[in-house]
Structures are given as structure tokens and as C-alpha cells.
Design a protein around this ligand. Structure first.
Ligand code: ES4
Ligand code: ZN
Length: 375
């Protein structure tokens, strides 16, 4: 992992149209006023774009490797973390998928999910919807029952012990075959009451949303919501956004920063009140009319429903949502009122009952009022 954050401000990980930069870390900038840092830390939050397997910290990898008798190709945690150097999405995904080899039992998935929810709770996340990649586990011989079972048990315990609410989104790996994804969906559907939706992740190049039209339709027929990654500055990015928005008619878009380059797509998204789950670590700047624009700033200014999320925090300097928001605050010059708006957008994005949503929004409104922020 490169740590030169000053030189990396504004960099995008997988920017085809931008220079490729090493992955940035998202530490809160040293010169952030302490009252702003404290405000961000204390604000009630919701998270929608976090890959559970991307929260697998190096320390936990070593603990699980020991428990499961797996040999890791690194001497220690520090050496493993030094290997977290990525140049683009494929080089990141290679390390990310290799990292999952230590996840073998129901208890492993429990430990992974509980650790994330405890961390999120410590950062005042009240509610989270989390991705997981079943194909990667099924293909390694891990039963889907162990994957979903461990995660579900952790969710229940975290809700009971910590009060944090959560739901689960099954992601299709778009760079594997459509058949492989369909097999995973069929294996998971008996557990559909443990899922809230399906998503689309992994390498987007030449893997458009339309490749999974049948999967999305089947998931929807089973009562599940639909979301899709539209990673930043990918090949055919505007066509992929159009397919997601119009052809698939997704319920949400993950990343989606290039929409800023298309007034037509912005108009469609606004008409649908579409939510965008932006991760500053992956969403750098996009070029709009020849000018680089921060995705969070651009979406806010155009009235798009943007939230800020952490993505794969274990691979990004262990920076979870508070650090992601702090980074976005600096890069997009967010005011406290805008930060509250972003959190309000986030609670609004939740796939939960209106009553629960209103409860979360009331907590956020009380927080803003207590700090004199008009929101
Ligand atoms: C991912 Cl940032 C990102 N993009 C696509 N697929 C992913 N899986 C985990 N993180
Ligand atoms: Zn993602």
C-alpha cells in the first residue's frame, strides 16, 4: 500500500481516462480542524457499499489461516500489508480474491461479518447493507449455507449486542460466466429471506450489466432489490450506466461517477430519484467538459442522491467510513450541512420499512440540531 497521500489526492484507482495512480489511503488529513473531524466521527451514518470480503484485515487473515491450517505466502502482517499495492482494478481484484482463501467455515464468515459490524458501530454506523461474493466461495468448495449462515448469525448478534442493523446483498462477479453467476443465484435463492438484494461487481471491462439481465429478472421475481457497480472511468462507462438505469432499471448504482459526463443520464437518474453509493477511495475525479470534477462534489451540486462509503477498507489502509467521509470532506470541500445531507441521502437509500427509515432520520436530525447545523 502506498502511503503518499499528499501526492495522491484526487487520484482514481481504475481510471482509464486518467493517469493510473497507486491506491490512496484515506487517513483524515492532518490539517482537518478537530471540530470537523469530531463532527464526522459522531454523525449517525449508514453504509451501502462495503464488500464484506474487503473488510478482511491482514490480522484476521493470519488468525484464520492458523485456525484452518492454511499457509499464507507472507511472513507476517506487515509483509502482507506491504503487498497491497494496486495499479488498477484487475491488480486489486487479484489480491482481494486471493485473500479470501482463508475463509472456509461458517465461523469464519461469522467472525468476518461481526468484526465489520463492530467496527462500523464504533464509527456510529446505525445501519449497513453489505455485499458478498458467493461465486468465489462456492468455486473453492465452501457451501453457500456456511457463507450465508455465518453472516446471518453475525448480523443477528450485532443487532442484539450492539444495536446495529444490517442486510445482505449477493453480488454477481461480472467477469465470470453468466452460467456461473446463475448457478450461484440458484444456490442462494433457498436463503432469499436472508438477502435484501443482488448486485454486480468485479471487473467491468467488457462485462456490461446486460450480461446479467436474466439474473436480475430472476432475483427481482424472488422479491430482491437490484444494484450494480458502474466503476469510474471504465470502458463503455456511459453505455453501462444507461443499461443499468434504463434497461435493467436498477434500484441503486454503486459508484457511477461518470454520470456527471452525461446531462441526459443525470436527468434520467434524477427523475428516478436514483441513489449513488460513492467510495472516495475508488471514485476519484472524472473529467467533465475538460475539467476534473470530484465525484461527490459534482453529484451534490447536480442534486443527485449521493452517499459516501468505504468499499474495501482492509485493503485501503484500514480506513472505514469515517475516514472515507473525512477524505471526501477535504477533497469536495463539504460543509457540515452537506455532510448531514449526505447522511440523510444514505438513510433514505436504505431498503427498509418507512418506519425504520424515519427512526434513523430522526436521530440524524437530532444530531444536526444539537450542533446548530441547519439541515
Ligand atoms: C470491488 Cl471497488 C470494486 N469494484 C468492483 N468489484 C469489486 N469487488 C470488491 N471491490
Ligand atoms: Zn465496490
Amino acid at each position: 500500500m502506498h502511503l503518499d497521500r499528499r501526492s495522491l489526492i484526487g487520484g482514481a484507482l481504475c481510471a482509464a481516462a486518467m493517469p493510473l495512480l497507486p491506491m490512496r489511503t484515506l487517513a483524515a488529513p492532518d490539517d482537518m480542524p478537530t471540530d470537523m473531524a469530531a463532527f464526522i466521527a459522531a454523525m449517525p451514518k449508514a453504509e451501502y457499499h462495503v464488500h464484506l470480503e474487503g473488510t478482511l484485515e491482514a490480522e484476521m487473515k493470519f488468525a484464520l489461516a492458523k485456525r484452518n491450517g492454511v499457509t499464507l505466502p507472507y511472513a507476517d502482517v506487515a509483509a502482507m500489508k506491504r503487498s497491497y499495492v494496486f495499479h488498477d482494478l484487475p491488480t486489486f481484484l487479484k489480491v482481494y480474491y486471493e485473500g479470501m482463501n482463508v475463509l472456509l467455515t461458517e465461523q469464519d464468515f461469522y467472525d468476518l461479518c461481526y468484526a465489520y459490524l463492530a467496527k462500523a458501530h464504533s464509527q456510529n454506523v446505525l445501519y449497513a447493507e453489505m455485499f458478498f461474493d458467493p461465486q468465489q466461495h462456492i468455486d473453492r468448495g465452501v457451501p453457500i449455507a456456511a457463507v450465508i449462515g455465518g453472516i446471518t448469525r453475525a448480523r443477528a448478534d450485532a443487532e442484539a449486542k450492539l444495536g446495529i442493523g444490517s442486510q445482505l446483498i449477493l453480488c454477481f462477479m461480472r467477469d465470470l460466466t453468466a452460467e456461473n453467476a446463475m448457478a450461484a443465484l440458484d444456490a442462494a435463492l433457498p436463503y432469499k429471506d436472508k438477502l435484501v438484494g443482488v448486485g454486480l461487481d468485479s471487473d467491468e471491462k467488457d462485462n456490461p450489466p446486460s450480461k446479467f439481465a436474466a439474473h436480475f429478472a430472476k432475483a427481482r421475481a424472488a422479491g430482491l432489490k437490484v444494484t450494480a457497480h458502474c466503476d469510474v472511468n471504465q470502458k463503455d462507462t456511459l453505455e453501462h450506466l444507461r443499461e443499468a438505469l434504463v434497461d435493467i432499471a436498477v434500484d441503486r448504482i454503486d459508484h457511477g461517477g461518470n454520470i456527471l459526463q452525461s446531462p441526459e443520464l443525470i436527468a434520467i437518474a434524477k427523475a428516478k430519484d436514483m441513489a449513488f453509493t460513492v467510495c472516495p477511495s475508488f471514485s476519484g475525479k472524472v473529467v467533465v467538459d475538460g475539467q476534473p470534477v470530484e465525484v461527490v462534489r459534482g453529484m451534490l451540486d447536480r442534486g443527485l442522491k449521493v452517499s459516501i462509503n468505504s468499499d474495501d477498507p482492509a485493503y485501503m489502509g484500514s480506513n472505514y467510513i469515517t475516514q472515507a467521509m473525512a477524505e471526501a470532506q477535504v477533497r469536495s470541500k463539504l460543509t457540515k450541512a452537506e455532510l448531514v445531507r449526505i447522511s440523510r441521502n444514505a438513510f433514505d437509500t436504505a431498503w427498509i420499512t418507512p418506519d425504520r427509515k424515519a427512526g434513523y432520520q430522526a436521530k440524524l436530525a437530532a444530531f444536526a440540531k444539537a450542533r446548530g447545523v441547519a439541515a
